[in-house]
Design a protein. Structure first.
Length: 113
């Protein structure tokens, strides 16, 4: 079971300093300003030449079977479905769940049925 402390104190990695956003072939990339303009230009050139190496969604991952990524519930037709009691979550946890769900929907990893 996940505790509230684990949900709210989850470490997320981010940039070490200031960042500068650049658009390369219609996609946004962030570069650390500590790199210097010459190094940023060299990296941007490599990114532009190797754009096919980047994956923007799970649908772009060639060679991965969609059945591997999909989760299906198998149900026995002889068993009567039971409605579970709705669990009460505090407001803080409810907001975290809502944010994470929106991220998954936006990325296309889950969908409404």
């Amino acid at each position: 079971m996940i505790t509230r402390a684990e949900v709210t104190n989850e470490k997320r990695f981010g940039p070490a300093g200031e960042v500068q956003e650049r658009v390369i072939k219609g996609k946004k990339f962030k570069f650390g300003t500590s790199l210097g303009q010459e190094l940023q230009d060299k990296i941007a050139d490599v990114i532009a030449r190797q754009m096919c190496a980047f994956v923007w969604s799970s649908a772009d991952m060639l060679g991965i079977d969609s059945n591997f990524l999909c989760h299906r519930l198998t149900m026995d037709e002889k068993v009567r479905p039971v409605i579970q009691r709705r669990s009460n979550l505090n407001e803080e946890r409810r907001l975290v769940i809502k944010e994470e769900t929106q991220k998954l929907l936006k990325a296309g990893h889950i969908s409404k049925i």
